[in-house]
Write a protein that binds this ligand. Structure first.
Ligand code: NDP
Length: 280
Protein backbone atom coordinates (compact mmCIF):
# COMPACT_ATOMS: atom_id res chain seq x y z
CA UNK A 1 0.00 0.00 0.00
CA UNK A 2 1.07 3.59 -0.56
CA UNK A 3 2.98 5.36 2.21
CA UNK A 4 1.11 8.06 4.19
CA UNK A 5 2.54 11.51 3.55
CA UNK A 6 3.63 14.10 6.14
CA UNK A 7 5.68 17.27 5.88
CA UNK A 8 7.14 20.20 7.79
CA UNK A 9 6.41 23.67 6.42
CA UNK A 10 8.55 26.68 7.35
CA UNK A 11 10.70 29.53 6.09
CA UNK A 12 13.63 28.97 6.07
CA UNK A 13 13.35 25.17 6.21
CA UNK A 14 16.61 24.02 4.59
CA UNK A 15 18.37 22.82 7.75
CA UNK A 16 15.33 21.19 9.39
CA UNK A 17 16.14 17.97 11.24
CA UNK A 18 12.47 16.92 11.29
CA UNK A 19 12.53 14.68 8.17
CA UNK A 20 15.44 12.73 9.66
CA UNK A 21 13.79 12.45 13.08
CA UNK A 22 10.50 11.16 11.65
CA UNK A 23 12.34 8.73 9.37
CA UNK A 24 14.11 7.30 12.44
CA UNK A 25 10.78 7.10 14.32
CA UNK A 26 9.11 5.34 11.36
CA UNK A 27 11.93 2.80 11.05
CA UNK A 28 11.88 2.16 14.79
CA UNK A 29 8.11 1.56 14.94
CA UNK A 30 7.72 -0.13 11.52
CA UNK A 31 5.43 2.56 10.10
CA UNK A 32 5.12 3.13 6.35
CA UNK A 33 5.32 6.90 5.86
CA UNK A 34 7.10 9.64 3.97
CA UNK A 35 8.03 12.95 5.67
CA UNK A 36 9.45 15.84 3.66
CA UNK A 37 10.46 19.47 4.31
CA UNK A 38 8.83 22.20 2.22
CA UNK A 39 9.87 25.84 1.94
CA UNK A 40 6.65 27.80 2.64
CA UNK A 41 6.75 31.57 3.20
CA UNK A 42 3.88 32.97 5.28
CA UNK A 43 1.98 34.47 2.33
CA UNK A 44 1.68 31.07 0.62
CA UNK A 45 0.83 29.01 3.72
CA UNK A 46 -2.90 28.58 3.16
CA UNK A 47 -2.55 27.59 -0.50
CA UNK A 48 0.29 25.18 0.31
CA UNK A 49 -1.60 23.54 3.18
CA UNK A 50 -4.80 23.25 1.09
CA UNK A 51 -2.81 21.65 -1.74
CA UNK A 52 -1.04 19.26 0.65
CA UNK A 53 -4.24 17.93 2.22
CA UNK A 54 -6.12 17.90 -1.13
CA UNK A 55 -3.37 15.63 -2.48
CA UNK A 56 -3.96 13.16 0.36
CA UNK A 57 -1.41 14.42 2.92
CA UNK A 58 -2.12 13.17 6.46
CA UNK A 59 -0.33 15.66 8.72
CA UNK A 60 1.87 18.74 8.86
CA UNK A 61 4.36 20.26 11.23
CA UNK A 62 4.55 24.05 11.06
CA UNK A 63 7.53 26.04 12.24
CA UNK A 64 8.74 29.66 12.06
CA UNK A 65 6.95 31.84 10.87
CA UNK A 66 3.79 29.76 10.39
CA UNK A 67 2.60 28.67 13.84
CA UNK A 68 -0.01 31.43 14.22
CA UNK A 69 -1.27 30.93 10.67
CA UNK A 70 -1.62 27.20 11.39
CA UNK A 71 -3.59 28.09 14.53
CA UNK A 72 -6.03 30.01 12.30
CA UNK A 73 -6.07 27.25 9.68
CA UNK A 74 -7.13 24.40 11.99
CA UNK A 75 -10.82 23.44 12.14
CA UNK A 76 -10.48 22.61 15.84
CA UNK A 77 -7.80 23.09 18.50
CA UNK A 78 -6.40 21.01 21.34
CA UNK A 79 -6.28 22.59 24.80
CA UNK A 80 -2.51 23.10 24.41
CA UNK A 81 -2.90 24.82 21.04
CA UNK A 82 -5.69 27.05 22.29
CA UNK A 83 -3.59 28.17 25.27
CA UNK A 84 -0.48 28.69 23.14
CA UNK A 85 -2.32 30.60 20.39
CA UNK A 86 0.02 28.69 18.10
CA UNK A 87 -0.08 25.33 16.28
CA UNK A 88 2.96 23.24 15.36
CA UNK A 89 1.07 20.06 14.40
CA UNK A 90 -1.88 19.67 12.01
CA UNK A 91 -3.57 16.29 11.66
CA UNK A 92 -6.23 15.12 9.21
CA UNK A 93 -9.07 13.51 11.18
CA UNK A 94 -11.25 10.65 9.93
CA UNK A 95 -14.15 13.08 9.34
CA UNK A 96 -11.97 15.27 7.10
CA UNK A 97 -11.47 18.03 9.69
CA UNK A 98 -7.99 19.40 10.34
CA UNK A 99 -7.02 19.25 14.01
CA UNK A 100 -4.49 21.75 15.37
CA UNK A 101 -2.23 20.82 18.26
CA UNK A 102 0.89 22.24 19.89
CA UNK A 103 3.49 19.73 21.07
CA UNK A 104 6.29 22.21 21.89
CA UNK A 105 5.32 22.55 25.57
CA UNK A 106 4.94 18.84 26.24
CA UNK A 107 8.16 18.29 24.29
CA UNK A 108 10.08 20.63 26.58
CA UNK A 109 8.43 19.14 29.65
CA UNK A 110 9.36 15.60 28.63
CA UNK A 111 12.96 16.61 27.99
CA UNK A 112 13.25 18.42 31.33
CA UNK A 113 11.63 15.71 33.44
CA UNK A 114 12.15 12.34 31.71
CA UNK A 115 15.54 12.98 30.09
CA UNK A 116 17.23 15.56 32.31
CA UNK A 117 15.50 14.61 35.60
CA UNK A 118 14.87 18.22 36.61
CA UNK A 119 12.60 18.71 39.64
CA UNK A 120 9.96 21.28 38.60
CA UNK A 121 7.52 21.30 41.55
CA UNK A 122 8.67 24.07 43.91
CA UNK A 123 11.26 25.45 41.48
CA UNK A 124 11.80 29.16 40.82
CA UNK A 125 11.62 29.42 37.02
CA UNK A 126 12.71 32.31 34.79
CA UNK A 127 11.78 32.45 31.09
CA UNK A 128 13.71 34.88 28.90
CA UNK A 129 11.67 36.10 25.92
CA UNK A 130 7.95 36.54 25.35
CA UNK A 131 7.34 35.31 21.79
CA UNK A 132 5.42 32.31 20.50
CA UNK A 133 7.76 29.77 22.09
CA UNK A 134 7.30 31.28 25.57
CA UNK A 135 3.53 31.12 25.14
CA UNK A 136 3.72 27.52 23.94
CA UNK A 137 5.70 26.16 26.90
CA UNK A 138 3.91 27.96 29.74
CA UNK A 139 0.85 25.79 30.41
CA UNK A 140 2.70 22.47 30.86
CA UNK A 141 5.34 24.14 33.07
CA UNK A 142 2.72 25.81 35.28
CA UNK A 143 0.87 22.51 35.74
CA UNK A 144 4.03 21.20 37.47
CA UNK A 145 3.40 23.69 40.31
CA UNK A 146 6.65 25.69 40.39
CA UNK A 147 7.14 28.03 43.36
CA UNK A 148 7.26 31.00 41.00
CA UNK A 149 7.50 31.82 37.32
CA UNK A 150 8.89 35.06 35.92
CA UNK A 151 8.96 36.13 32.27
CA UNK A 152 11.64 38.72 31.44
CA UNK A 153 11.57 40.36 28.03
CA UNK A 154 13.28 43.19 26.16
CA UNK A 155 9.79 44.56 25.51
CA UNK A 156 8.19 44.11 28.97
CA UNK A 157 4.65 44.78 27.67
CA UNK A 158 4.77 41.53 25.65
CA UNK A 159 5.70 39.59 28.81
CA UNK A 160 2.89 41.34 30.69
CA UNK A 161 0.35 40.40 28.02
CA UNK A 162 1.27 36.71 28.40
CA UNK A 163 1.18 36.96 32.22
CA UNK A 164 -2.32 38.47 31.97
CA UNK A 165 -3.52 35.63 29.71
CA UNK A 166 -2.26 32.97 32.13
CA UNK A 167 -3.49 34.71 35.30
CA UNK A 168 -6.40 32.25 35.78
CA UNK A 169 -3.86 29.40 35.87
CA UNK A 170 -0.95 30.91 37.84
CA UNK A 171 0.37 34.29 39.11
CA UNK A 172 3.02 34.70 36.41
CA UNK A 173 5.26 37.74 36.94
CA UNK A 174 6.46 39.89 34.01
CA UNK A 175 9.43 42.27 33.91
CA UNK A 176 12.24 43.78 31.88
CA UNK A 177 15.88 42.66 32.16
CA UNK A 178 16.72 45.61 34.42
CA UNK A 179 14.57 44.03 37.17
CA UNK A 180 16.70 40.84 37.34
CA UNK A 181 19.76 41.85 39.42
CA UNK A 182 19.47 40.47 42.97
CA UNK A 183 17.11 37.63 42.03
CA UNK A 184 17.96 33.97 41.53
CA UNK A 185 16.28 31.00 39.83
CA UNK A 186 16.63 27.20 39.82
CA UNK A 187 15.75 26.94 36.13
CA UNK A 188 16.38 29.57 33.45
CA UNK A 189 14.85 28.90 30.03
CA UNK A 190 16.02 30.97 27.07
CA UNK A 191 13.02 31.44 24.77
CA UNK A 192 14.48 34.44 22.94
CA UNK A 193 15.64 34.21 19.36
CA UNK A 194 18.89 35.93 20.46
CA UNK A 195 21.03 32.77 20.62
CA UNK A 196 20.55 32.17 16.93
CA UNK A 197 22.61 35.31 16.25
CA UNK A 198 25.08 34.49 19.04
CA UNK A 199 23.59 37.24 21.22
CA UNK A 200 22.49 37.12 24.82
CA UNK A 201 20.08 39.26 26.85
CA UNK A 202 21.86 41.17 29.66
CA UNK A 203 21.96 38.62 32.51
CA UNK A 204 23.42 39.57 35.91
CA UNK A 205 25.86 37.34 37.83
CA UNK A 206 24.11 35.33 40.54
CA UNK A 207 20.93 34.91 38.48
CA UNK A 208 21.28 31.11 38.51
CA UNK A 209 20.79 29.45 41.91
CA UNK A 210 23.27 26.83 43.12
CA UNK A 211 22.81 23.50 41.31
CA UNK A 212 20.57 25.27 38.77
CA UNK A 213 19.69 24.38 35.18
CA UNK A 214 19.97 26.44 32.00
CA UNK A 215 17.87 25.38 29.00
CA UNK A 216 18.10 27.08 25.60
CA UNK A 217 15.13 26.35 23.32
CA UNK A 218 17.40 27.10 20.37
CA UNK A 219 19.86 24.42 19.23
CA UNK A 220 23.02 24.45 17.16
CA UNK A 221 26.02 22.27 16.36
CA UNK A 222 28.11 24.32 18.82
CA UNK A 223 27.10 25.38 22.37
CA UNK A 224 24.81 28.43 22.03
CA UNK A 225 25.71 31.74 23.71
CA UNK A 226 23.18 30.95 26.46
CA UNK A 227 24.43 27.39 27.03
CA UNK A 228 27.94 28.82 27.41
CA UNK A 229 26.64 31.47 29.83
CA UNK A 230 25.08 28.70 31.94
CA UNK A 231 28.31 26.70 32.05
CA UNK A 232 30.28 29.85 33.00
CA UNK A 233 27.74 30.65 35.74
CA UNK A 234 27.89 27.33 37.57
CA UNK A 235 24.95 25.45 36.05
CA UNK A 236 24.72 21.77 37.05
CA UNK A 237 23.15 21.25 33.61
CA UNK A 238 23.22 23.68 30.68
CA UNK A 239 21.73 22.27 27.49
CA UNK A 240 20.16 23.37 24.22
CA UNK A 241 16.82 22.47 22.64
CA UNK A 242 17.80 19.38 20.65
CA UNK A 243 16.03 17.15 23.19
CA UNK A 244 12.89 19.31 22.99
CA UNK A 245 12.99 19.13 19.20
CA UNK A 246 12.99 15.32 19.26
CA UNK A 247 10.37 15.17 22.04
CA UNK A 248 7.93 17.54 20.26
CA UNK A 249 8.38 15.41 17.13
CA UNK A 250 7.61 12.26 19.11
CA UNK A 251 4.36 13.79 20.38
CA UNK A 252 3.38 14.76 16.81
CA UNK A 253 4.23 11.22 15.66
CA UNK A 254 1.96 9.87 18.42
CA UNK A 255 -0.91 12.17 17.34
CA UNK A 256 -0.58 10.98 13.73
CA UNK A 257 0.29 7.32 14.17
CA UNK A 258 -0.83 6.33 17.68
CA UNK A 259 2.64 4.95 18.40
CA UNK A 260 5.25 6.27 20.83
CA UNK A 261 8.79 6.06 19.47
CA UNK A 262 11.72 5.80 21.90
CA UNK A 263 13.33 9.25 21.92
CA UNK A 264 16.60 8.63 23.77
CA UNK A 265 18.33 6.75 20.92
CA UNK A 266 17.31 9.45 18.43
CA UNK A 267 18.55 12.29 20.66
CA UNK A 268 21.79 10.37 21.20
CA UNK A 269 22.30 9.82 17.48
CA UNK A 270 21.63 13.45 16.49
CA UNK A 271 23.85 14.70 19.30
CA UNK A 272 26.72 12.44 18.19
CA UNK A 273 26.27 13.52 14.57
CA UNK A 274 26.40 17.22 15.35
CA UNK A 275 29.50 16.79 17.47
CA UNK A 276 31.31 15.10 14.61
CA UNK A 277 29.91 17.70 12.16
CA UNK A 278 31.39 20.46 14.33
CA UNK A 279 34.82 18.77 14.35
CA UNK A 280 34.90 18.53 10.55
P1 NDP B 1 9.69 34.93 18.43
O1 NDP B 1 10.28 35.65 17.29
O2 NDP B 1 8.21 34.75 18.54
O3 NDP B 1 10.17 35.61 19.81
C1 NDP B 1 11.44 36.10 19.93
C2 NDP B 1 11.69 36.63 21.36
O4 NDP B 1 13.07 36.84 21.44
C3 NDP B 1 11.00 37.94 21.66
O5 NDP B 1 10.59 37.94 23.02
C4 NDP B 1 12.12 38.96 21.44
O6 NDP B 1 12.02 40.10 22.27
C5 NDP B 1 13.32 38.15 21.87
N1 NDP B 1 14.58 38.59 21.25
C6 NDP B 1 14.96 38.46 19.94
N2 NDP B 1 16.20 38.94 19.76
C7 NDP B 1 16.63 39.37 20.97
C8 NDP B 1 17.84 39.95 21.45
N3 NDP B 1 18.86 40.19 20.61
N4 NDP B 1 17.94 40.25 22.77
C9 NDP B 1 16.92 40.02 23.59
N5 NDP B 1 15.74 39.46 23.22
C10 NDP B 1 15.60 39.15 21.91
O7 NDP B 1 10.43 33.52 18.42
P2 NDP B 1 9.85 32.15 19.01
O8 NDP B 1 9.24 32.42 20.33
O9 NDP B 1 9.05 31.48 17.98
O10 NDP B 1 11.18 31.26 19.16
C11 NDP B 1 12.17 31.54 20.16
C12 NDP B 1 13.27 30.50 20.12
O11 NDP B 1 12.79 29.22 20.49
C13 NDP B 1 13.91 30.33 18.75
O12 NDP B 1 15.32 30.26 18.93
C14 NDP B 1 13.38 28.99 18.28
O13 NDP B 1 14.29 28.36 17.40
C15 NDP B 1 13.25 28.24 19.57
N6 NDP B 1 12.32 27.10 19.52
C16 NDP B 1 12.81 25.83 19.69
C17 NDP B 1 11.97 24.72 19.66
C18 NDP B 1 12.54 23.33 19.85
O14 NDP B 1 11.87 22.35 19.54
N7 NDP B 1 13.75 23.19 20.37
C19 NDP B 1 10.51 24.87 19.46
C20 NDP B 1 10.09 26.25 19.33
C21 NDP B 1 10.97 27.30 19.35
P3 NDP B 1 11.02 41.33 21.91
O15 NDP B 1 9.65 40.89 22.31
O16 NDP B 1 11.52 42.45 22.76
O17 NDP B 1 11.17 41.57 20.44
Amino acid sequence: SQADRYAVFGHPIGHSKSPRIHKLFAEQTGQNLVYTAQEVPADTFKAAADAFFAAGGKGLNCTVPLKELAWNYADSLSEAAAAAKAVNTLALAADGNILGDNTDGIGLLNDLTANLRIELPGAAILILGAGGACRGILAPLLKQKPASLVIANRTPARAQAIADDFKPLFPVEACGYEALPGRSFNLIINATAASLSDELPPLPAGLLAENGTCYDLAYANRPTAFVSWGLANGAAKSVDGLGMLVEQAAEAFYIWRGRRPATAPVIGLLDAERQSADRN
